[in-house]
Write a protein that binds this ligand. Structure first.
Ligand code: FES
Ligand code: FE2
Length: 365
């Protein structure tokens, strides 16, 4: 199916509910959307990847994309992201985080170095054209921003197209000093399609109606959305008396009482910056009616955790979840296909639907 969301928000209607309801569309979105964009993996400290000759195996979006991958740091201190599947008969190679100099397959003992290069295979004398490029482990595109690691299986564009605006705007943040706080990590199972969860996040329109406490912290009249290519920003301005960033004079936002920068990275990543630090939210599809949402907190100034727009994220999440679950029930109605947007309040949701349409319609994948 081809999707159409008009470029002009004042003429546009929301994406056809077929996208959320059809099982085949959910399957198709794996290659069309998720393989072509960038995923957050974690930070090099938590993944124990700061020292040479360390490996970290992981499954990209387990239960959905399910691609076995491996980060390695070689003896020269260079990081690599590789396929974690043996090039002989397809055995999964590394099982746990470990220190090693070479990767050795446990099935028939093929060996690779930590850059993924084939080294040795027993009993292969006489095999023609061997070893070849195909015997090396496939290298997977990845990117490191401070301590944060991202990967993409088949990127439609360089990661700068996704996170470049956020990097430029927040160049002054000391991200190297942000510390992961596992005790504050949260996981929520939301009984709704992943895109319904994202599109709710992408508008502040519902804040006065759904989030009474957050509405006390944010100045709704000054809430704004900025659209970039594959990301957007919602800028939350603090109400009088509420906490906001101490912005340096060279920040483009200097003079504004910014309570939160809500960056969304297509399709499923949220980087929420508060005066206390950063909450990275990862939205993981499980099936067309079930989504796991993970909040990964990186704290910079713990004394401000309970202040302003970044306080009580758990409550805000529950309020969002409740409404998103109701929408999930509503979109399967015979009488609902799509609706219209508020040009003033729903630019982020409109942008999201436009991105979905663009990726799902792409003939290249
Ligand atoms: S599958 Fe790895 S050596 Fe055979
Ligand atoms: Fe919300």
């Amino acid at each position: 199916m081809q999707y159409f969301v008009h470029e002009d928000i004042s003429q546009a209607s929301t994406i056809d509910t077929h996208f959320y309801l059809n099982e085949k569309e959910f399957e198709r979105s794996k290659e069309k959307i998720f393989a072509r964009t960038w995923q957050f993996v974690g930070d090099i400290e938590t993944l124990n990847l700061q020292i040479a000759e360390q490996v970290y195996p992981f499954t990209l979006l387990d239960g959905f994309i399910d691609e076995p991958l491996l980060f390695t740091r070689d003896s020269q201190d260079v990081l690599h992201c590789l396929s974690n599947v043996c090039t002989h008969r397809g055995n999964k190679l590394v099982e746990g985080c470990a220190s090693m100099k070479q990767i050795r397959c446990k099935y028939h003992a093929r060996r690779f170095d930590l850059t993924g290069k084939f080294l040795f295979m027993p009993e292969f004398e006489g095999v023609k054209n061997f070893p070849s490029e195909q015997d090396n482990l496939t290298k997977v595109p990845f990117y490191q921003w401070f301590k944060f690691l991202f990967v993409s299986l088949n990127p439609i564009a360089p990661i700068e197209t996704f996170i470049g605006e956020m990097q430029k705007r927040l160049f002054w943040l000391p991200l190297q000093d942000f510390v992961y706080e596992p005790s504050r990590k949260r996981e929520y199972l939301v009984k709704a399609h992943w895109a319904l969860y994202c599109e709710n996040y992408l508008e502040g329109f519902h804040i006065p109606y759904v989030h009474s406490s957050l509405n006390q912290a944010l100045d709704y009249g000054n809430y704004s959305t900025e659209i970039y290519e594959y990301s957007n920003l919602q800028l939350g301005i603090a109400k009088d008396g509420e906490d906001y960033f101490d912005l340096p004079a060279h920040s483009p936002d200097y003079g504004k009482k910014v309570a939160a920068y809500y960056y969304w990275i297509f399709p499923n990543l949220m980087f929420n910056f508060y005066p206390w630090g950063l909450s990275i939210n990862v939205v993981k599809p499980i099936n067309p009616t079930l989504t796991k949402v993970i909040f990964l907190p990186y704290v910079y100034d713990g004394s401000r955790l309970s202040q302003g727009a970044g306080a009580d994220l758990d409550r805000v999440e529950r309020e969002d979840e409740a409404v998103v679950v109701q929408v999930q029930k509503g979109i399967s109605s015979r009488f609902y296909k799509s609706g219209r947007y508020s040009p003033k309040r729903e630019q982020g949701t409109h942008h999201f639907h436009r991105c979905i349409a663009q990726f799902m319609n792409d003939e290249q994948t």
